[in-house]
Design a protein around this ligand. Structure first.
Ligand code: PLP
Length: 404
């Protein structure tokens, strides 16, 4: 079930916001949680909880089994070839930092180049800059078109003998642009260059198959796919993860420790130092079961229809300009209202129970390329309806009235 019927699965929709029914159009920042996720985590804490891996007792074994089951659930969800290609992190941000700190520090040298695009989230820019400042490689940036698109040719034109990595978003969080990642990966692989895909805004909107994409790394956060905060995923091809040194040291990631020499576990445990987010893995497992139960194709079709509807409505609204109108988009409507600061738009809409986001969306280079400081962003989830978009349009009319 999607749309209004799905709202029954989400307790948050039974609460009023400023006396109005909630119209939640901020799933791109974080999605709401279905009852099954909340219950799975509560039940786990109430009946099966203990620390994992280190215990011989019943609860520790049960918790370990749930954690391992979560890894297999993510493997199935991404269609990864092996469950040991799934590393649990605290989120997409940590997954990106992990690749930069471990793979990047090992394989990138002064004079090398890595390719990003102008629409990347800061999480796929700053970790590379931090490393660049220490190592001395160069960031090459594929430009954004005025309509928010990134062209395959503009990415491939940057590939040369110095290129060591291409790291790009699957879907832009600021504009909703879907990048031609399959073709980018194929072009990079022709030159033997690995590709990292930031799937943070993609996984909740349609099926992702990392083997079909042939992605070398793929990252996402649990909280954007109806799971809890504090859990994320790094998918990495087995052969690549095997070449990477530990990223953090601590418990659980070692085979043996002496003061003279420490040896490490194989991936993925090598990258999961310390007590991991155990209940969050249980929550993510429930979230993935929930979305796959509905069907990723059904979710994608529902959101595509809503996006088309919302795009038409907003385009017809006087004084509203859509930002990001690339031909291939997913679930995000970014726009500006003539003469009104996006934060004022957000505040007025909030008073009517509408949750949207206003700002640079952690994509300042994209905003700058488009000559903007900020936009208003309505982002869709499986529970949204046409009525939500009608409410947005009514809210924007009020904004215009107030500022006229
Ligand atoms: N990448 C993209 C495209 C995003 O939209 C986000 C979050 O908005 C991130 C990375 C970072 O995700 P998180 O803050 O959950 O680590």
């Amino acid at each position: 079930m999607v749309g209004l019927a799905a709202q029954k699965d989400f307790p948050i929709f039974s609460h009023l916001i400023h006396g109005h029914p909630l119209v939640y159009l901020d799933s791109g920042a974080s999605a709401q949680k279905p009852r099954c996720v909340l219950e799975a985590m509560t039940r786990f804490y109430e009946t099966d909880y203990a620390n994992i891996h280190r215990g011989v007792h019943e609860l520790s074994q049960r918790a370990t089994a749930r954690y391992d089951e979560g890894r297999r659930a993510v493997q199935r969800f991404l269609n990864a070839a092996h469950d040991d290609e799934i590393v649990f992190t605290s989120g997409a941000t940590e997954a990106l930092n992990l690749v930069a700190a471990s793979w990047g520090r090992t394989f990138l040298n002064a004079g090398d180049e890595i390719i990003l695009t102008q629409l990347e989230h800061h999480a796929n820019i700053v970790p590379w800059q931090l490393l660049r400042d220490q190592v001395g490689f160069t960031l090459r940036i594929a430009p954004l078109q005025p309509n928010g698109d990134v062209l395959l040719d503009d990415v491939t034109a940057l590939i040369n003998e110095k290129t060591k990595l291409v790291s790009v978003a699957h879907v832009s969080n600021a504009l909703g642009t879907v990048l031609p990642v399959e073709a980018i990966i194929a072009a990079a692989h022709e030159r033997g260059i690995p590709v990292l895909i930031d799937g943070s805004q993609a996984v909740s909107h349609g099926a992702v198959d990392v083997q079909k994409l042939d992605a070398d790394f793929y990252v996402f956060s649990g909280h954007k796919i109806y799971g809890p905060t504090g859990i994320g995923v790094l998918y990495g091809k087995r052969a690549l993860l095997a070449t990477m040194p530990p990223y953090q040291g601590g418990g659980d990631m070692i085979e043996s420790v002496t003061f003279e020499k420490t040896t490490y576990q194989a991936p993925p445990l090598r990258f999961e130092a310390g007590t991991p987010p155990i209940a969050e893995v249980v929550g993510l497992t429930a979230a993935l079961a929930y979305v796959t139960g509905i069907g990723m194709e059904a979710i994608a079709a529902h959101e595509a229809a809503l996006l088309a509807y919302g795009t038409k409505k907003l385009a017809a609204l006087e004084g509203v300009r859509l930002v990001g109108t690339a031909p291939h988009k997913a679930s995000i409507l970014s726009f500006v209202v003539e003469g009104v600061h996006p934060h004022d738009v957000g505040t007025i809409l909030d008073q009517q129970g509408l949750a949207i986001r206003a700002g640079h969306h952690c994509a300042q280079p994209a905003m700058e390329a488009l000559g903007l400081m900020a936009t208003v962003r309505a982002s869709l989830g499986l529970y949204n309806t046409r009525e939500d978009l009608d409410a947005l349009v009514d809210g924007l009319k009020k904004v215009r009235e107030i500022f006229s």
